[in-house]
Design a protein around this ligand. Sequence first.
Ligand code: ZN
Length: 253
Amino acid sequence: MQLRKTDAVVIHRVDFGESDLIVTLYTADLGKVKGIAKGAKRSKRRFVNNLQPFSYIRIVFSEGRGGLIRLDEADMIQPFFRISEDISKVLYGSYFLEMVKEMTGEKESNPQLFDLLVTFLTLLNGSPPREEYPRVFELRFLDLLGYRPRVTECSICNQQLPLAEGESAWFSFRHGGAVCKECHINAQGAVAISGETLQVMEQAMRMDLAKLEGIRFSPQVLTEGREILPRFVQHQLGKGLKSLRVMEEVQGG
Ligand SMILES: [Zn+2]
């Protein structure tokens, strides 16, 4: 059987039988794949503890049966173990993993999405958690999957929107982005959004991700972002995300 190699982030793992593990991975070459690690629970030799969620690993694998790949080796590149030391980091990180797990198709390669995930896990691992991180991740992730929200022009009539402090517009989940004051009556369920937030969203979609650590949003942008973006993600997915429910419970309590 032909052996292949790729880099991967562990998204999810479940026990399978007495001694095996089934893992969901997001890989650099193949996108999302499910794999079986034979004997991973019984013999720690080959996989050690390298198949924990968040781990960034290099795998050797072969195509298996039923769409599963068969893992032969998993070498650690970066365990991102500092994520598990902080509840906010775990919440944000779990949200990133769940978005990738739920919103990407199996074996649909997207190397930019792989890089995005590794970039944000590196950031969470190495710096204090900031609410700006999930907001920027949502926008970049949606963009890479073809769900980029429209923020500079009205999603209905295409006229330019006022992107400045003191200006305002509406955001329509159904229309996939912002709508102008005239059109919002035709956009049921649209919510108010400030020009400042639209401007920040536009910048977040094209900013250099190396500058992410220093990024700071105003309280108003944070509040509007928190109300709009997770809802927009779930609207695109067509269902709720568990990690967001947990986040709301923890942060609300
Ligand atoms: Zn309009």
